[in-house]
Design a protein around this ligand. Structure first.
Ligand SMILES: [Zn+2]
Length: 267
């Protein structure tokens, strides 16, 4: 146990070997990533568990948090894979979708929805989310509509944070953490998340202070992260290097990934 220990927080979206999209990792890649971390002795926690142990100074030296944004039905495949390695997961759901059953769609990913990919964009239902909770998963918020929060006015920001938290808490009993859509949360968003009652908030990467619960950085994982590349990426040195260049990498990420809108484009 160490007061300075940090969890390794991994960020995923969909899990599919039949969807060629930056949003999907293959089952094989996730399997290899989980197996590698288990061999290395990493203990698996949910986001809220990791945050609570960190606050108490009782986080084990090697902990991993597997997080899945958006709430694709394929998250259920991830649960099966992670379970074989004794790991729970944390899914961040966009709460407008579980009840409506509409295909997941928002600015930046609309082009992903075609006849061939419709199945990949089906959302988890509330029953699916309850099932994950019953398997030891945490269900957190990814807002109501997948809004770019840095571009939302104060009232819209409070509604996206508060209404989604309330919906999940009402359906599933609790909602302690949030992942900001597009991985983007500035100081105003972090303060609003704290005010809305969240214990912690996740970015994708980002410029962060050393200990900022409402802007926890994550490592975005892809199917290419296996073997040597995986070892380098999740090593403490690799994670620290990315943290030090965090602001730079957000800009680079925005250029590389057209599904992350530039700040202000959602106004
Ligand atoms: Zn998202």
């Amino acid at each position: 146990m160490s007061a300075a220990a940090r969890p390794l927080i991994l960020a995923y979206h969909a899990v599919s070997s039949t969807w060629d999209s930056p949003l999907a990792v293959t089952e094989e890649a996730l399997e290899q990533q989980a197996a590698y971390l288990r061999r290395r002795g990493y203990r698996g926690l949910t986001m809220a568990e990791a945050e609570r142990l960190r606050t108490d100074g009782e986080l084990p030296a090697r902990t991993v948090v597997f997080t899945f944004d958006d709430g694709y039905r394929s998250t259920l495949r991830a649960a099966g894979i992670l379970e074989r390695h004794g790991y729970p997961g944390t899914v961040f759901a966009v709460t407008a979708f579980p009840a409506s059953g509409a295909h997941l769609s928002w600015p930046g990913i609309e082009h992903e929805l075609t006849d061939a990919t419709a199945e990949q964009l089906e959302p988890l239902s509330w029953d699916d989310l309850a099932g994950l909770r019953d398997r030891g998963w945490e269900v957190g918020s990814h807002t109501v509509t997948h809004a770019l929060l840095t571009a939302a006015d104060d009232a819209a920001l409070a509604a996206e944070l508060g209404d989604s938290r309330q919906a999940i808490a009402h359906r599933l009993g609790a909602c302690a953490t949030i992942a900001y859509p597009y991985g983007v949360g500035d100081a105003r968003v972090a303060a609003a998340a704290r005010a809305a009652g969240y214990l912690a908030g996740c970015t994708l990467t980002g410029a962060h202070l050393d200990d900022e619960p409402h802007r926890r950085p994550r490592v975005g994982m892809t199917s290419a992260d296996t073997g040597t590349r995986l070892r380098a990426k999740v090593s403490p040195v690799g994670v620290a290097l990315r943290r030090s260049g965090a602001a730079r990498s957000v800009r680079r990420l925005r250029r590389q990934r057209d599904w992350i809108p530039a700040a202000g484009s959602a106004e």
